[in-house]
Design a protein around this ligand. Structure first.
Ligand code: SAM
Length: 213
């Protein structure tokens, strides 16, 4: 999968993806990540991508012509899904991560300032929020979404990890509680059934302990 990111701070993506699962996916070429500096498509020679809002108001908005030019250049003939990060967008879910994991190319657009000229919404496939709070930029939401999509791709998780039978692998179902050694810690014991060695009973217990969100 090719992942493109359009951001005013492309270097922010270097460190979080230099370790762990995403690094593994990059090294194995399961994903290819390209972070584009939005200023490449600046509307003036000073590198500005933003402008004052019509009708007044505080803050600046990222211009539609900047994003249009960026998308035209990045998409070319690719079959892409374009995602706009936005606090007022549709809430990101595991189901969306599953659907996006089947795409050939995801393009994430990271906002800053007060966000985007509303006409940017017409240029994208989805306007997505990672939760009901406002962050300073779309970079962290983009990292969250890339992480959750990447771990669903074949070959990314190692043999000791699994995306089956975990929270949201079935819609709205949360994972059952799990324990490891020691069997007793500060007076709290691992449920007896898990030490029984009876796979059928353990499975039944795990199914019963799954919770609905
Ligand atoms: N004025 C906007 C509003 O009230 O909805 C907030 C803009 S925010 C300061 C700047 C950028 O951060 C947004 O354009 C978006 O890209 C990103 N952002 C902030 N919170 C987000 C969230 N919860 N989910 C996704 N992106 C977010």
């Amino acid at each position: 999968m090719k992942i493109d990111v359009i951001s005013l701070f492309p270097k922010m993506f270097e460190s979080p993806f230099a370790e762990g699962m995403i690094k593994r996916a990059l090294d194995k070429k399961i994903i290819e990540l390209e972070c584009h500096d939005m200023r490449k498509w600046a509307w003036n020679s000073y590198g500005a991508v933003d402008d004052r809002p019509y009708g007044g108001g505080v803050g600046m908005l990222i211009r539609v012509d900047v994003i249009d030019q960026a998308l035209k250049e990045i998409k070319k003939n690719k079959n892409s899904k374009v995602i706009l990060t936005s606090a007022k967008g549709k809430k990101f879910t595991q189901q969306m991560a599953r659907e996006w994991s089947k795409e050939d190319n995801l393009i994430f657009i990271c906002g800053r300032y007060e966000g985007f000229d509303e006409r940017v919404v017409d240029l994208v496939d989805e306007e997505v929020s990672i939760g009901e709070y406002v962050l300073t930029g779309g970079e962290l939401p983009t990292m969250v979404m890339i992480d959750s999509v990447t771990r669903l791709l074949d070959g990314v998780l190692g043999k000791d990890e699994s995306n089956k039978d975990e929270s949201f692998s079935e819609n709205s179902v949360l994972e059952y509680p799990q324990y490891t050694r020691p069997a007793e810690y500060l007076g709290k014991n691992v449920p007896e059934i898990l030490l029984s060695g009876d796979p059928k009973k353990i499975k039944q217990w795990q199914e019963a302990k799954k919770e609905l969100k």
